[in-house]
Design a protein around this ligand. Structure first.
Ligand code: GAR
Length: 221
Protein backbone atom coordinates (compact mmCIF):
# COMPACT_ATOMS: atom_id res chain seq x y z
CA UNK A 1 0.00 0.00 0.00
CA UNK A 2 1.39 3.37 -1.02
CA UNK A 3 0.89 5.99 1.68
CA UNK A 4 1.08 9.78 1.70
CA UNK A 5 1.93 11.26 5.11
CA UNK A 6 0.64 14.81 5.58
CA UNK A 7 2.45 17.11 7.99
CA UNK A 8 2.46 20.77 9.04
CA UNK A 9 5.44 20.91 11.39
CA UNK A 10 7.94 18.82 13.34
CA UNK A 11 6.95 15.49 11.84
CA UNK A 12 7.95 13.15 14.65
CA UNK A 13 4.97 10.87 13.94
CA UNK A 14 5.91 10.90 10.26
CA UNK A 15 9.45 9.87 11.26
CA UNK A 16 8.00 7.00 13.33
CA UNK A 17 6.03 5.86 10.28
CA UNK A 18 9.16 6.06 8.12
CA UNK A 19 11.12 3.95 10.63
CA UNK A 20 8.36 1.33 10.74
CA UNK A 21 8.01 1.25 6.96
CA UNK A 22 11.75 0.60 6.64
CA UNK A 23 11.32 -2.70 8.49
CA UNK A 24 11.07 -5.83 6.35
CA UNK A 25 7.51 -7.06 5.97
CA UNK A 26 5.82 -3.76 6.88
CA UNK A 27 2.71 -3.67 4.66
CA UNK A 28 2.98 0.01 3.63
CA UNK A 29 5.43 2.14 1.71
CA UNK A 30 5.68 5.85 2.44
CA UNK A 31 5.41 7.09 -1.13
CA UNK A 32 5.14 10.80 -0.33
CA UNK A 33 5.49 13.25 2.55
CA UNK A 34 3.41 16.35 1.83
CA UNK A 35 3.36 19.55 3.88
CA UNK A 36 1.01 22.51 3.68
CA UNK A 37 3.88 24.68 4.98
CA UNK A 38 7.23 25.11 3.25
CA UNK A 39 8.92 25.65 6.64
CA UNK A 40 7.79 22.34 8.18
CA UNK A 41 10.84 20.83 9.89
CA UNK A 42 9.67 17.32 9.02
CA UNK A 43 10.34 17.88 5.32
CA UNK A 44 14.10 17.71 5.87
CA UNK A 45 13.72 14.48 7.86
CA UNK A 46 11.81 12.88 4.98
CA UNK A 47 14.32 14.12 2.40
CA UNK A 48 17.19 12.69 4.43
CA UNK A 49 15.40 9.36 4.47
CA UNK A 50 15.14 9.53 0.66
CA UNK A 51 11.35 9.85 0.63
CA UNK A 52 9.72 12.07 -2.02
CA UNK A 53 8.35 15.31 -0.57
CA UNK A 54 5.93 17.95 -1.81
CA UNK A 55 4.75 21.31 -0.52
CA UNK A 56 1.24 22.55 -1.28
CA UNK A 57 0.99 25.82 0.59
CA UNK A 58 -2.48 26.25 2.07
CA UNK A 59 -1.73 30.00 2.34
CA UNK A 60 -1.88 30.18 -1.45
CA UNK A 61 -5.47 28.89 -1.46
CA UNK A 62 -7.16 31.34 0.94
CA UNK A 63 -10.88 30.48 1.09
CA UNK A 64 -10.49 27.76 -1.53
CA UNK A 65 -10.16 24.56 0.45
CA UNK A 66 -11.36 22.44 -2.47
CA UNK A 67 -8.65 23.96 -4.68
CA UNK A 68 -6.02 23.26 -2.02
CA UNK A 69 -7.17 19.64 -1.77
CA UNK A 70 -7.24 19.24 -5.56
CA UNK A 71 -3.60 20.36 -5.64
CA UNK A 72 -2.76 17.81 -2.92
CA UNK A 73 -4.63 15.09 -4.79
CA UNK A 74 -2.66 15.90 -7.95
CA UNK A 75 0.48 15.09 -5.92
CA UNK A 76 -1.16 11.91 -4.62
CA UNK A 77 -1.91 10.84 -8.21
CA UNK A 78 1.68 11.57 -9.27
CA UNK A 79 2.91 9.21 -6.53
CA UNK A 80 0.14 6.59 -6.92
CA UNK A 81 -1.01 7.13 -3.33
CA UNK A 82 -3.59 4.68 -1.95
CA UNK A 83 -3.79 5.67 1.73
CA UNK A 84 -3.40 9.02 3.48
CA UNK A 85 -2.03 9.40 7.03
CA UNK A 86 -2.39 12.77 8.78
CA UNK A 87 0.51 13.35 11.15
CA UNK A 88 0.21 16.73 12.83
CA UNK A 89 -1.51 18.12 9.73
CA UNK A 90 -3.24 21.24 10.97
CA UNK A 91 -5.83 21.84 8.25
CA UNK A 92 -9.50 20.92 8.37
CA UNK A 93 -10.46 18.88 5.31
CA UNK A 94 -13.67 19.29 3.31
CA UNK A 95 -16.48 16.77 3.32
CA UNK A 96 -15.71 16.01 -0.33
CA UNK A 97 -12.10 15.09 0.40
CA UNK A 98 -13.03 13.04 3.46
CA UNK A 99 -15.67 11.15 1.44
CA UNK A 100 -13.30 10.44 -1.44
CA UNK A 101 -10.76 8.97 0.99
CA UNK A 102 -13.26 7.30 3.31
CA UNK A 103 -11.63 4.48 5.28
CA UNK A 104 -8.33 5.25 3.53
CA UNK A 105 -7.62 8.38 5.61
CA UNK A 106 -6.31 8.18 9.18
CA UNK A 107 -5.21 10.60 11.86
CA UNK A 108 -3.34 10.56 15.15
CA UNK A 109 -4.69 12.77 17.92
CA UNK A 110 -3.11 13.48 21.32
CA UNK A 111 -6.03 12.51 23.56
CA UNK A 112 -8.22 9.56 24.41
CA UNK A 113 -11.01 10.40 21.97
CA UNK A 114 -13.83 11.33 22.19
CA UNK A 115 -12.34 13.44 25.01
CA UNK A 116 -10.42 16.62 24.18
CA UNK A 117 -11.00 17.04 20.45
CA UNK A 118 -9.21 20.04 18.96
CA UNK A 119 -6.15 21.91 20.21
CA UNK A 120 -4.27 22.18 23.53
CA UNK A 121 -5.28 18.69 24.59
CA UNK A 122 -2.60 18.29 27.27
CA UNK A 123 -3.37 21.58 29.00
CA UNK A 124 -7.07 20.73 28.93
CA UNK A 125 -6.44 17.24 30.35
CA UNK A 126 -4.42 18.77 33.20
CA UNK A 127 -7.10 21.39 33.86
CA UNK A 128 -9.80 18.69 33.91
CA UNK A 129 -7.84 16.68 36.47
CA UNK A 130 -8.08 13.40 34.54
CA UNK A 131 -5.83 10.64 35.85
CA UNK A 132 -5.51 8.91 32.49
CA UNK A 133 -4.67 10.65 29.25
CA UNK A 134 -3.33 9.31 25.99
CA UNK A 135 -3.62 9.23 22.23
CA UNK A 136 -5.83 7.80 19.52
CA UNK A 137 -5.49 6.78 15.90
CA UNK A 138 -8.77 7.00 14.03
CA UNK A 139 -10.34 6.90 10.61
CA UNK A 140 -11.19 10.45 9.55
CA UNK A 141 -14.79 11.59 9.24
CA UNK A 142 -16.07 15.12 8.61
CA UNK A 143 -16.15 16.30 12.25
CA UNK A 144 -12.78 17.52 13.56
CA UNK A 145 -10.99 14.66 15.37
CA UNK A 146 -13.99 12.42 14.83
CA UNK A 147 -14.20 8.94 13.36
CA UNK A 148 -13.94 5.25 14.20
CA UNK A 149 -11.04 4.53 16.56
CA UNK A 150 -8.36 2.08 15.40
CA UNK A 151 -6.01 2.19 18.38
CA UNK A 152 -5.52 4.01 21.66
CA UNK A 153 -2.81 4.13 24.27
CA UNK A 154 -3.35 5.43 27.78
CA UNK A 155 -0.75 6.99 30.04
CA UNK A 156 -1.07 8.13 33.64
CA UNK A 157 -1.18 11.81 34.55
CA UNK A 158 1.40 12.07 37.32
CA UNK A 159 1.66 14.54 40.18
CA UNK A 160 3.86 17.43 39.10
CA UNK A 161 3.14 16.97 35.39
CA UNK A 162 3.09 20.05 33.23
CA UNK A 163 1.99 20.35 29.62
CA UNK A 164 5.46 19.45 28.32
CA UNK A 165 6.02 16.37 30.47
CA UNK A 166 2.55 15.05 29.71
CA UNK A 167 2.91 15.76 25.98
CA UNK A 168 6.22 13.86 25.90
CA UNK A 169 4.70 10.82 27.64
CA UNK A 170 1.79 10.80 25.19
CA UNK A 171 4.00 11.38 22.13
CA UNK A 172 6.04 8.27 22.92
CA UNK A 173 2.82 6.27 22.69
CA UNK A 174 1.73 8.03 19.48
CA UNK A 175 4.95 6.80 17.91
CA UNK A 176 4.06 3.27 18.96
CA UNK A 177 0.37 3.02 18.04
CA UNK A 178 0.44 5.01 14.77
CA UNK A 179 2.73 2.61 12.89
CA UNK A 180 0.75 -0.34 14.27
CA UNK A 181 -2.61 1.10 13.20
CA UNK A 182 -1.34 2.04 9.74
CA UNK A 183 -0.01 -1.50 9.30
CA UNK A 184 -3.40 -3.01 10.24
CA UNK A 185 -5.18 -0.77 7.73
CA UNK A 186 -2.63 -1.35 4.95
CA UNK A 187 -2.75 -5.11 5.50
CA UNK A 188 -6.54 -5.19 5.18
CA UNK A 189 -7.08 -6.29 8.79
CA UNK A 190 -9.52 -3.50 9.63
CA UNK A 191 -13.29 -3.89 9.51
CA UNK A 192 -15.54 -0.88 10.05
CA UNK A 193 -19.16 -1.17 11.18
CA UNK A 194 -20.69 2.19 11.94
CA UNK A 195 -18.45 3.81 14.54
CA UNK A 196 -16.78 0.58 15.56
CA UNK A 197 -13.55 -0.83 14.16
CA UNK A 198 -12.58 -4.46 14.55
CA UNK A 199 -8.96 -5.40 13.91
CA UNK A 200 -8.16 -8.98 12.95
CA UNK A 201 -4.63 -8.84 14.35
CA UNK A 202 -3.61 -10.97 17.32
CA UNK A 203 -1.58 -8.15 18.89
CA UNK A 204 -4.30 -5.55 18.47
CA UNK A 205 -6.14 -6.03 21.75
CA UNK A 206 -3.18 -6.47 24.07
CA UNK A 207 -1.34 -3.45 22.73
CA UNK A 208 -3.66 -0.80 24.01
CA UNK A 209 -3.02 -0.01 27.65
CA UNK A 210 0.39 1.09 28.74
CA UNK A 211 1.09 1.56 32.43
CA UNK A 212 4.54 2.99 33.02
CA UNK A 213 7.15 0.57 34.37
CA UNK A 214 6.84 0.32 38.15
CA UNK A 215 3.11 1.05 38.14
CA UNK A 216 1.20 -1.37 40.37
CA UNK A 217 -2.58 -1.78 40.65
CA UNK A 218 -4.04 0.05 43.64
CA UNK A 219 -4.84 -2.36 46.47
CA UNK A 220 -8.30 -1.88 47.98
CA UNK A 221 -7.94 -4.39 50.82
C1 GAR B 1 1.12 15.23 17.57
O1 GAR B 1 1.05 15.22 18.97
C2 GAR B 1 -0.24 14.91 16.96
O2 GAR B 1 -0.96 13.97 17.70
C3 GAR B 1 -0.91 16.26 17.00
O3 GAR B 1 0.10 17.17 16.62
C4 GAR B 1 1.37 16.66 17.05
C5 GAR B 1 2.27 16.65 15.84
O4 GAR B 1 3.57 16.26 16.21
N1 GAR B 1 -2.02 16.30 16.12
C6 GAR B 1 -3.17 16.94 16.39
O5 GAR B 1 -3.34 17.63 17.37
C7 GAR B 1 -4.27 16.78 15.34
N2 GAR B 1 -5.55 17.08 15.88
P1 GAR B 1 4.58 15.71 15.13
O6 GAR B 1 4.61 16.75 14.00
O7 GAR B 1 5.90 15.65 15.84
O8 GAR B 1 4.09 14.38 14.66
Amino acid sequence: MRVAVLISGRGSNMAALLRAAAQPGYPATIALVLSNRADAAGLAVAQEAGVPTAVVESRGFKGDRAGFEAAMEAEFARHAVQLVALAGFMRVLTEGFVDRWRDRLINVHPSLLPLFKGLDTHARALAAGVKLHGCSVHLVRTGVDEGPILAQAAVPVLPGDDEASLAARVLEQEHRIYPAALAWLAAGLVQVQGDVVTVAAPAAAGALVNPLPGFAPVSTS
